[in-house]
Design a protein around this ligand. Structure first.
Ligand code: SF4
Length: 333
């Protein structure tokens, strides 16, 4: 049996803040296969981006992995020396950030910025690095790539800048591409084009794609598998079909219920009542209980154990069967 390209096991990340220790990620386990797209869903503060940064070895100051494992292609990344991590970043694992305008250097031509990635990793001539940069811009379908490589970021539209960021990420042919909200700042048409491009690159290069988003529409369009996170823990995971068609966690149902559709025409859009908790004020038991219409005493007292519905579909909820049966889920307004 081949191992998943990325295997996260029981990951626990803690923040130090004002002398207190805050659990940002707890008991996170996740597998990502080569050539597949896994989407991580959840509101702001759920731990999606921090998970990605842990894989990249780019945790912010004050955060540390206190236990668990992140294995990439069979190699343990937790505790790996910075030098080794730097080598992996770009070469084997790459990341696209959500705001292409601030991620690109405004005073350097785009081609030079991509060429620089090669020269950091490899002793090659400027000419060779430049030609690889142009090839990468061509791969992300920038028209007339050789000429546009000389342009500065301000000369590119929002969608083109995001393509340039993708070109920079794939230019070293990584095996795993992490895209953190890659379409948030784009209009719907451009968003669809970027998702299509990412999917084409995944298929052409057998890339594993980890897509972080709060947008269910993005997930539905692109993913093979989905992971739903809440307050730094897994709420549910499954194939995208299982998550969209048979949600078995009230939080997932709440997220799905708040997607605008024709049935909401002329009516208020349902939303999940309340807001995600902050790390220094996590509710006891299931952290979702203050917002959940199915919450009972056991939810307030104890963390839910996992329930496996299929080999791929797992949820962490005391009342998973009722949630799956479509009982009123999140408290909505
Ligand atoms: Fe959490 Fe209980 Fe709601 Fe399940 S039913 S999501 S365990 S509060």
């Amino acid at each position: 049996m081949t191992l998943p390209l990325l295997q996260i096991r029981d990951l626990h990340i803690r923040f130090q803040k004002d002398g207190a220790q805050l659990d940002a990620i707890s008991d996170l386990s996740l597998d990502i296969e080569r050539g597949s797209t896994t989407v991580v869903l959840g509101e702001s503060g759920s731990g999606k981006s921090l998970t990605a940064k842990a894989v990249m070895g780019l945790l912010p100051p004050g955060a540390e992995v206190v236990s668990g494992s992140v294995r990439f292609d069979g190699r343990e990344l937790v505790g790996l020396a910075d030098r080794e991590l730097r080598r992996l970043r770009g070469d084997a694992i790459a990341m696209i950030f959500q705001d292409a305008l601030t991620a690109l250097n405004p005073v350097t031509p785009i081609g030079n910025q991509i060429a620089e990635v090669h020269r950091i990793h490899e002793r090659i001539s400027k000419r060779e690095a430049w030609s690889r940069a142009v090839a990468s811009l061509d791969a992300v379908r920038i028209p007339d790539a050789a000429r546009r490589a000389k342009d500065y970021p301000f000369q590119f539209s929002g969608g083109m800048r995001q393509r340039a960021m993708i070109a920079m990420a794939i230019t070293r042919n990584p095996d795993l591409l992490i895209a953190d909200e890659p379409t948030t700042a784009l209009d719907v048409t451009v968003q669809a084009q970027i998702l299509e491009l990412l999917d084409d690159l995944r298929a052409e290069r057998n890339l594993a794609l980890l897509l972080i988003t709060h947008d269910i529409g993005v997930a539905a369009q692109s993913a093979d598998n989905a992971v739903v996170m809440y307050a730094g823990r897994l709420a549910e995971r499954g194939t995208i079909g299982e998550i969209l068609d048979e949600p078995a966690h009230p939080y997932t149902s709440g997220l799905l219920g708040s997607v605008p559709g024709p049935e909401h025409r002329g009516r208020d859009l349902p939303t999940i009542q309340g807001a995600p908790p902050s790390l220094d004020d996590l509710p006891g038991g299931c952290a979702f209980h203050p917002r959940c219409a199915l919450a009972t005493d056991v939810c307030r007292d104890r963390l839910p154990a996992r329930t496996d519905f299929t080999t791929t579909h797992t949820t962490w909820c005391h009342h998973a069967e009722e949630a799956l049966d479509g009982q009123p889920a999140a408290a909505t307004v």
